[in-house]
Design a protein around this ligand. Structure first.
Ligand code: AHR
Length: 327
C-alpha cells in the first residue's frame, strides 16, 4: 500500500521540483531582461557648416547618434574656430558626458584640453581630420580619410592630361587642417616631379564657395593665364566655375578642374564635363562612430586609426553611378 502511494506521488514531487527550479531561473533572469539600456550622452564638437561635405557629415552623425539608437547627442558648431571647439570640449567635461567626439578644425593645439578630458576619464573619438598631440593616449581613436593619398590620386590624373604645360591655380582649404595639409603636400610632390608644371597662384579659399569664387574672379580680372584649377574641395570648385562662366569661359574646356569630396552636386558637374576629376572624401562617419562607441561599451578597444576607403570620378561617370551616390 505504502509502496503504491510512493510510486504515484514520486512523479508529482519531481514535477514540482522541476517547476520550482524553472521559476527560480526565471526570477534570476528577470532583472537583466527588464533593465533598460542606458542612454549614452555624446558631446560632438563639429567644425562648422562651411561645405556640402560638412553638412552631409553632420547629418550622418545626428542620424546615427539619435535618441532611437539610445543616444543623447549634444552638437556644438564651432563656426570654423578652434577656440570655440576648446570651449565646447570644456563644457562637455563640465556636463560629464560619456563620450566626446571631435571633428577638429586643425591638427595642432589640442594637448591642453584633451589632457583635461583625459583627467576627467572621458574617451575622445576624433573623426575626419587628424590631430597631432605629444601623447596619443589623449584620444581613444580616430576615423577619417587619408588626405595625402586623395591628393596623390588627383595628381596622378593630372599626370595624364594632354596639355604639355600645366599652369595651375591652387585653391587651398583651411590652412592647418589635415585635409589641406595632405592635399597640398601631394600637389607639392607633383610639382617637384614635373618641372614643366607651373604653380601660378596658391591661396586659401577656406573650403567655401564664396571664397573660391572671389579668388578666381580676381585672378581673371587680373588676366592671369592658367589652364588647371586644383581645388581642395567641391564648394570652392563651384565658386571657381561660377567665376569662369561670369568671364565667358567654359569650365572643362578652357580650364581643367580637379576637385575633392565628390558630393552629388559636384558629380552632376562631372557628368556635364565641367569638373574633370573629383576625388571622393567620404563624410558618412556617423555609423562608424556608433560602432566605435558600441565596442567601447563592451570593453573592446577599436583600432587606433581607421582610414576609410574612397574612390574617384572622371569623365567616364554615368547617370546610374551618380544616382547611387548616398550624398
Ligand atoms: O575635412 C574634410 C574637408 O572639410 C572636406 O573636403 C571639405 O569639404 C570640408 O570642409
Amino acid at each position: 500500500m505504502l509502496r503504491a502511494l510512493k510510486s504515484r506521488l514520486l512523479p508529482v514531487i519531481l514535477s514540482l521540483c522541476l517547476l520550482s527550479l524553472l521559476s527560480g531561473c526565471t526570477r534570476a533572469a528577470s532583472p537583466n531582461t527588464t533593465t533598460a539600456a542606458r542612454v549614452i550622452t555624446v558631446g560632438f564638437s563639429q567644425v562648422g557648416a562651411e561645405s556640402d561635405w560638412r553638412n552631409a557629415n553632420t547629418q550622418s552623425m545626428t542620424e546615427a547618434l539619435s535618441e532611437e539608437n539610445g543616444y543623447r547627442l549634444i552638437l556644438s558648431d564651432a563656426q570654423n574656430k578652434q577656440e570655440r571647439q576648446i570651449t565646447a570640449i570644456r563644457n562637455f567635461i563640465q556636463m560629464g558626458v560619456d563620450y566626446i567626439v571631435l571633428a577638429p578644425t586643425n591638427e595642432t593645439g589640442w594637448d591642453t584640453v584633451l589632457t583635461e578630458a583625459h583627467a576627467a576619464g572621458i574617451p575622445v573619438i576624433v573623426v575626419d581630420r587628424m590631430i597631432e598631440v605629444a601623447d596619443d593616449t589623449l584620444y581613444t581613436c580616430w576615423v577619417g580619410s587619408d588626405f595625402r593619398k586623395e591628393g596623390r590620386t588627383a595628381v596622378r590624373f593630372m599626370d595624364g592630361l594632354s596639355e604639355n604645360s600645366l599652369r595651375i591655380v591652387h585653391l587651398q582649404g583651411n590652412l592647418g587642417s589635415s585635409a589641406q595639409i595632405g592635399r597640398t603636400a601631394a600637389l607639392d610632390e607633383g610639382l617637384a616631379e614635373h618641372p614643366d608644371w607651373q604653380l601660378v597662384y596658391r591661396g586659401t579659399g577656406d573650403f567655401t564657395q564664396a571664397k573660391g569664387q572671389e579668388i578666381v574672379n580676381d585672378l581673371l580680372d587680373e588676366q592671369l593665364d592658367f589652364n588647371v584649377i586644383y581645388s581642395e574641395n567641391d564648394n570652392m570648385a563651384f565658386g571657381a566655375i561660377a567665376a569662369l562662366k561670369a568671364h565667358g569661359m567654359i569650365p572643362g574646356r578652357d580650364v581643367t578642374i580637379i576637385s575633392f569630396d565628390a558630393g552629388r552636386r559636384a558629380l552632376e558637374l562631372a557628368l556635364a564635363g565641367e569638373i574633370s576629376f573629383d576625388m571622393e572624401c567620404n563624410p558618412l562617419h556617423g555609423p562608424r562612430v556608433d560602432k566605435i562607441i558600441r565596442q567601447l561599451e563592451e570593453g573592446i578597444q577599436p583600432p587606433k586609426l581607421t582610414f576609410v576607403s574612397e574612390t574617384s570620378f572622371d569623365a567616364t561617370i554615368t547617370r546610374e553611378v551618380l544616382e547611387q551616390r548616398p550624398y
